[in-house]
Design a protein around this ligand. Sequence first.
Ligand code: MV4
Length: 463
Amino acid sequence: MPETSEHSAAAGHRFDTVLIANRGEIAVRIQRACRELGLKTVAICSEADREAPYGSTADSFLCIGPSSAAKSYLNQDAILLAARLAGAGAIHPGYGFLSENAAFADAVEKAGLIFIGPTASSIAIMGDKISAKRAMMAAGVPCVPGPDTALPDDPSTIERIALEIGYPVIIKAAGGGGGRGMRVVPKADLLHEAIALTREEARKAFGSPSLYMEKFLEHPRHIEIQVICDDHGNALWLGHRDCSMQRRHQKVVEEAPAAGIAPDIIQPVGMACVQACLQIGYRGVGTFEFLYEDGAFYFIEMNTRLQVEHPVTEMTSGVDIVQAQIRGAQGHVLDLIQGDVTCEGHSFECRINAEDPETFLPSAGVVTHLALPTGPGIRVDTHIHAGYKVSPYYDSLIAKLIVHAPTRAEAMARMREALAGTEVEGISTNIPFLRALFEDGPFAQGETDIHYLEQWLKLRRAA
Ligand code: MV4
């Protein structure tokens, strides 16, 4: 057989050095996966992160700009220059920052480097929530009732669409996502004003006035499906997660699997996601977000990046998602098939944030004392240590506490124990509030939805 580029890629020669275009716990996580695969790493930082330990454990470390993310972690030219200077053959974007920026993925490939993620075209399709929905409907993924086209301008046509869907409806911006640019319309006489307001917001925030309309689901859970695809026509789903426990679209606790969803209910949804990946030629890791209400799943968005909460799926599936993602980018064929994927036990993740317990504003300062839990079934993903200075410039996530146990009840008990063994002093954190949440009865029973945490916080404050 002739030696094709595909075969040499399968032998792992596509790159030997990875630039990690991120900071914090995910920079540490990705670096670890690279080393385990025998790859060299290039760390980058802003001026605020000069002292960060992830810099000294990398093979090279470059400061690429001032503290402001716009001038450092979002500075595409500076990152590409750093990759060239340090001899990186690939760039891992992590999550946030440039991870879902199609223009960056394109610029990386044009510079002759590998973007460890989907193609720029897949990112662009999923970035436009209308084209994402159209692709999913075409692939047989169940979606929220409503057209997979942009709302027209004609008022009477719009009214007819809303009546067909049935009130309440929700107006969403095509360029939105993650909770930005949307508005609920409870009844017909509020329709046109809601559309006008959302359109103006969308024009300003996303540079596009394009909107779409869906049935508004009032009490759904947020359930997502993790997929991983190689460049050779193979796609797998690695189970599901429940991410309903969120406040203002920031997830606080995630778990895998979602409680109380029978395998035969989720199975066809997972298979539809796999089918959709094959149909759109998706590569890399991805997450299909669904709303789940009254026993049915409705697709809302697809995330084309590695997610913060990937560890709960790693714990239950046994698959190292970051390693698999990097190997996929090297051109390797996925080394497992769907039949090999099992979901064992139950996993929770708590996001530990440096924030004020009352106002939720980021709490900057020096960590004067740190104790982290250890023991069977406990994992901590973090970049901090005693003496670490939490800067006010970035996301307040300082650690992820992850547990795994045979059953959901045992995993909850293990998380209580892990939280009891976690001490962070010098800055404020949400640890007291996470401890209280893991004592909550309805949460223990799995009786939550996307509104539960905010209602619980409101009641707690009143008490
Ligand atoms: C919805 C919805 C109800 N009905 N769409 C918010 C984030 C974005 N990913 C989509 N979001 C929602 N879309 C329909 N048709 C309710 C939400 C929603 C939500 C979704 C997931 C997790 C938390 C949420 C909090 C408020 C609203």
